[in-house]
Write a protein that binds this ligand. Structure first.
Ligand code: PPS
Length: 313
């Protein structure tokens, strides 16, 4: 996807004080109309916004939050694709160069809406910073996210890279040009104590899903019984979600297949689900290169990886 520099549009300068005009910001080329529509879209007080970098556990958290918001209605969840119950804001823009999802959100989606987006903070709707609906952010070790992204692109046949090594190098080069990854998380991490933000990590979900479910319930002011908790733990387990036809982005893959006239075969969106799984795919040399990039980025943002992963307690 060809990217272009864009001017940051809106930000919570009252709680995050920095020179926003100088904040490097990039998005898909020729997306001005879309970005304007996003910036101006109406945010509802009871919206929940799920913001992540790609491949960081979005789908897992999305299913979790949707169920909490919808009174643990597992039957309905099993009947409709997750991406139709909770829309991906950029989907139409990325796929069709259109504003479709925005229009759906602004007019058609019933409350409470659960909105998924990978947009960086300054490109999100300006009303987020005034209405302050609930915002959830999930981070993941970039090494696992990079490998996951490689397999995602292979699945959709939209990468020419034949192995994770080449893809990882390209990812780093691209990131150094467009400064996206750590800046994206740094801003939400800085906001994590705000009462309208819930910040967590894929690693936390893996190590203690029960606590994350409890946290989300508390954050959204919802009660959960022990029986519902047991159902949640079962429904959200890797094996269940891997075999659930409604959580594997099959609808999205069909749209993609139609648009590009490609057969996508047996799409396994939910793939491996491991912490540290990158070790099976990357060489020691790849890992060193990614570590160098990560260390330099972490240093420039004055961050520590384990803090971002909430793995220090
Ligand atoms: S996307 O395309 O950005 O929305 O992808 P995203 O959903 O953020 O990330 C996909 C990865 O999350 C894993 N996943 C899970 N892991 C453990 N348990 C459950 N239930 C679960 N659901 C999704 C999924 O397998 C992808 O990670 P990898 O490493 O590729 O397996």
């Amino acid at each position: 996807m060809e990217r272009a520099k864009v001017i940051p549009k809106s930000y919570p300068s009252n709680v995050l004080n920095k020179n926003w005009n100088q904040r490097p910001c990039y998005f898909k080329k020729n997306s001005e109309k879309f970005l304007k529509a996003v910036n101006e879209m109406e945010v509802r007080d009871d919206d929940v916004w799920l913001i992540t970098l790609p491949k960081c556990g979005t789908t897992w958290m999305q299913e979790l939050v949707w169920l909490v918001l919808n009174n643990f209605d597992f039957e309905s969840a099993k009947q409709e694709h997750l991406e139709l119950r909770s829309r991906f804001l950029e989907f139409d823009e990325v796929l069709y160069d259109g504003e479709g999802s925005i229009i759906k959100y602004s007019t058609e989606m019933k409350s409470p809406r659960l909105v998924k987006s990978h947009l960086p903070l300054p490109l999100l709707p300006s009303q987020l910073w005034t209405k302050k609906p609930k915002v959830i952010y999930v981070f993941r070790n970039p090494k696992d996210a990079i490998v996951s992204f490689y397999y995602h692109l292979r699945n959709y046949q939209i990468t020419s890279f034949l192995n994770p090594t080449d893809y990882a190098q390209d990812f780093i080069n691209e990131d150094m040009l467009t400064h996206q990854h750590f800046l994206h998380v740094a801003e939400f991490y800085a906001l994590r104590e705000e009462p309208w933000i819930y910040y967590t990590s894929y690693e936390c979900m893996k190590s203690d899903l029960r606590s994350v479910i409890q946290d989300v319930c508390k954050f959204l002011n919802k009660n959960i019984t022990e029986a519902q908790m047991q159902q949640m733990l079962h429904h959200l387990s890797f094996e269940e979600m891997k075999n659930n036809s409604k959580t594997n982005h099959i609808w999205a893959a069909q749209q993609f297949s139609r648009k590009f006239n490609k057969e996508i075969g047996d799409l396994r969106f939910i793939r491996k689900g491991k912490v540290g799984g990158y070790k099976d795919d990357l060489t020691a040399e790849d890992i060193n290169k990614i570590d160098d990039w990560m260390n330099s980025e972490l240093k420039s943002h004055n961050l520590i990886l384990n803090d971002l992963l909430l793995q220090n307690n």
